[in-house]
Design a protein around this ligand. Structure first.
Ligand SMILES: Nc1ncnc2c1ncn2[C@@H]1O[C@H](COP(=O)(O)OP(=O)(O)OP(=O)(O)O)[C@@H](O)[C@H]1O
Ligand SMILES: [Mg+2]
Length: 760
């Protein structure tokens, strides 16, 4: 601090603060400074944030505290926007050393970084986020700051230990989530304990009425007792209402947190997880989360709170009549034991049932997903029989579980009624034997209270039964959420500016579970700006090369470098954003043509959309659509032809002007005319970027700078078309297979493509 005071000259501060923004007289200050302030704080915590990752909310000219906080959170920091007073600023920086800077959001949309404070002298030190780090911080006092700042700050911290996103899904984690609502939970407990205590009153009143009022004809006691009863009832009603209300609030909040967490984790799972697991199964498994939550805030909490009743009741029962109390207690324990005895068998059946249910669900989802194929191949009978089979299996297990659960229920029933009815008989007998013992009123009260003792105990045993179910559910959810995810790779890592050199060095990759490597010691290098064709037989590893480039599979040995940087070191989000990818079958979201081309990326205008469409050869057909760029695309893009869909996908891929593009069989499904149209644009598309074009049709690759020939996961050759025709046997064979009709004209591409290409 001393050094700061000495370097900051006294007349700096007023001029800067009076200018509105701290550093507001520089060109480019304002909204950008807020972003730069967040970047600076993130860097303090060892994280590199990027401007292009920031997403302003709709109609937002100046980044709002909420969207700044969301940005930081997305990148794995904890962020909170707050409104504080001047005095509070001295406590904000926390105990970390070196102290973490705090972002002060200024009134004019700019920002300053609070980098130090001195409570004794009542000044704080502020740094301009856009200034170089060697510039001194500026001391500011309360009056000056209040002219530019009205209390808004953004607190950014590193997440304590593991972030919520990194924690494994387990019962303990979920309990922690519920426990975050500790204040509401405390209120629920207070309400419940009071309610438990109140339950004792009515039976005691009944006892008094029977024993005193009726015997002694005491009207005044009756009036008094009635009043007490009335008040208790009102109190009970209100407390019951409050308790239900609180439980609702807690559950809703926990649900919201769970929703966010589950979806975040789901998005963080790598692509190959989704490829290996049926969508229906994933979905079914995740749905179990709600069952667990319901258990936690419903039954578990309910039973736990009911246990409080016992604390009041059991001593009372023993005070009233010990023998009867023992009978009740023993009965309750027997009930609990019966339920527990059936548990192991139940556990087994329920486990099987859960698996059968998830299989059933996957049949349903798979059928809906593949309905086009099901319909067009008339596969309904097969699907129906699969469904029948799975429904029958699930049904059988469910019945089995139900039947098994019926047994303890049947055994318990007579014991339960004995507590209610038998106790009164035994009580009467005891009363006859010993006149100084329990009276008639006491007997009635005892009967009323006795059933209350069994309730929590039976509830506890049932809880253990339900817990089995929930444990199975937790396992199901964990099976999805606890898979290794790519979140860390999406948040950390380098974010170099790409030119587009691609190098494979002795790269070997085997798909998990496969015996043979899909790529075997692959080495090749292409300079930036190359249009690289990839050919080879089916299964030779062409798509695998493109998958590795996108960081979909990362467990390879050897090196894959882009501009000399090993791919695994690169931030995944950054990497994937630098790629434009078009596959054989591209998914278009429900929405307008324009929405689909921008795909929600911020800062893109209609001009960009039109430019991208032109590059992709889509402009002409989009303009002929009924509402042009605002035409609505249905689910599964049913209202577009295959060629149109493909061209939209290409426009979507090029709109961000990626340095690298991948086209994997992008034109294979197209008719010759659409294919020619797309191919004709390829050269134009490829300008200034590295393109990797995988195609079975060699004729569409003749213009490529280089063609990579793959076979059984190894590189056979890498050269331009003409060279390959001379020296590469596999290439020659593939070429002649496809161009048999041109016998004798080997080496000349079929006429259709170049003619159309030139016509463009
Ligand atoms: N997700 C996957 N999981 C396991 N093995 C895979 C996976 N994808 C591909 N393979 C295997 O890896 C090998 C190479 O597949 P790849 O998809 O790269 O071939 P390709 O050259 O693109 O073939 P095609 O021309 O038919 O598209 C194949 O033997 C294939 O069975
Ligand atoms: Mg392929």
């Amino acid at each position: 601090m001393d050094q700061l005071t000495s370097t900051a000259s006294a007349n700096d501060a007023p001029s800067l603060i009076n200018a509105g923004t701290i550093g507001g007289d520089r060109p480019g200050a304002g909204p950008q400074t807020r972003l730069m302030a967040v970047i600076a704080v993130a860097r303090h915590h060892g994280l590199d944030l990027h401007l292009e990752d920031f997403r302003p909310a709709l109609n937002e000219t100046v980044p709002s505290p909420a969207s700044l906080a969301a940005w930081a959170r997305d990148q794995g920091l904890s962020a909170k926007a707050e409104r504080v007073r001047w005095k509070h600023l001295f406590k904000l920086q926390g105990s970390e050393r070196p102290a973490s800077p705090v972002v002060l959001l200024l009134k004019d949309g700019g920002a300053g970084l609070l980098v130090g404070s001195d409570a004794a002298r009542n000044v704080i030190w502020i740094r301009d986020p856009a200034a170089s780090s060697s510039d001194p911080a500026i001391p500011v006092d309360e009056l000056r700051l209040s002219q530019a700042w009205d209390g808004e700050v953004l607190l950014i911290r590193r997440l304590r230990g593991d972030g919520e996103g990194e924690q494994r899904f387990s019962l303990a984690w979920l309990m922690g989530l519920v426990a975050k609502e500790k204040w509401s939970l405390r209120d629920v407990s207070i309400a419940s304990i009071t309610l438990s205590a109140l339950t004792i009153i009515p039976p005691l009143l009944v006892m008094t009425v029977v024993d005193r009022v009726v015997t002694h004809h005491s009207l005044s006691t009756l009036v008094l007792l009635s009043t007490i009863l009335l008040i208790t009832t009102m109190y009970e009603t209100l407390l019951g209402y409050a308790r239900r209300e609180l439980v609702q609030v807690v559950s809703t909040r926990v649900d919201a947190r769970l929703h966010l967490h589950v979806f975040n984790r789901l998005l963080g799972l790598p692509l190959d997880y989704f490829e290996k697991n049926p969508a229906g199964q994933i979905n079914y498994r995740l749905m179990q989360v709600w069952k667990i939550r319901e258990f936690l805030t419903g039954k578990l909490m309910g039973t736990f709170l009911d246990m409080f009743t016992l604390v009041f009741l059991v001593p009372l029962l023993f005070w009233m009549e010990p023998t009867l109390a023992w009978i009740v207690l023993v009965c309750a324990v027997v009930i609990a034991l019966v339920i527990m005895a059936f548990l192991p068998a139940l556990r087994k059946v329920i486990g099987k049932m859960t698996i059968a249910e998830s299989e059933k669900a996957s049949t349903m989802v798979e059928t809906v997903h593949g309905i086009r194929t099901v319909k067009s191949l008339a596969l309904e009978p097969q699907r129906r029989s699969e469904w029948d089979e799975r429904t029958a299996k699930a049904g059988k297990l469910k019945l089995q579980a139900g039947r098994l659960a019926n047994w303890p229920q049947t055994i318990i029933n007579p014991i339960e009624s004995f507590i209610q009815r038998g106790v009164i008989m035994i009580g009467a007998y005891i009363a006859m034997q010993d006149t100084s013992g329990i009276a008639v009123g006491g007997l009635v009260a005892f009967m009323m209270l006795g059933s209350r003792v069994t309730q929590p105990l039976v509830g506890l045993a049932r809880l253990i039964e339900d817990f089995e179910d929930v444990r199975a559910s937790i396992g199901q959810v964990a099976m999805v959420l606890n898979n290794p995810n790519e979140t860390a790779a999406m948040q950390g890592g380098l974010r170099p500016k790409f030119q587009g050199d691609v190098t494979f060095e002795g790269l070997t990759f085997t798909y998990p579970g496969a015996k043979l490597p899909a790529l075997d010691k692959v080495s090749f290098e292409v300079p930036a700006g190359t249009m690289l064709g990839v050919v080879g037989r089916s299964g030779s590893g062409k798509s695998t090369i493109t998958r590795l480039l996108q960081g979909i599979n990362r467990e390879y040995s050897g090196f894959l470098k882009i501009d000399g940087v090993e791919l695994r070191e690169i931030n995944l989000t950054h990497l994937r954003r630098s790629f434009g990818v078009v596959l054989q079958d591209n998914f278009l979201f429900r929405g307008t043509v324009r929405d689909n081309i921008t795909a929600g990326r911020p800062g893109l205008t209609l001009e960009d959309v039109i430019k991208a469409s032109r590059l992709a050869g889509a402009e002409e057909f989009i303009e002929r659509l009924p509402q042009g760029y605002d035409t609505w695309i249905e689910e599964g893009s049913a209202n577009l032809s295959g060629g149109q869909r493909q061209r939209l996908a290409i426009a979507r891929a090029v709109i961000a002007d990626p340095r690298l593009m991948i086209l994997d069989e992008a034109t294979s499904a197209l008719d010759p005319e659409s294919e020619a149209l797309v191919n004709a644009n390829l050269t134009r598309l490829g300008k200034g970027r590295t393109m990797v074009i995988v195609s079975h049709r060699l004729s569409s690759l003749v213009d490529c700078n280089l063609i990579l020939v793959m076979d059984k996961g190894t590189v056979v050759d890498l050269a331009p078309h003409r060279v390959l025709l001379e020296r590469c046997a596999i290439y020659k064979m593939l070429w002649s297979q496809q161009n048999r009709h041109l016998d004798g004209a080997m080496g000349r591409p079929p006429p259709l493509v170049p003619v159309l290409a030139q016509g463009d």
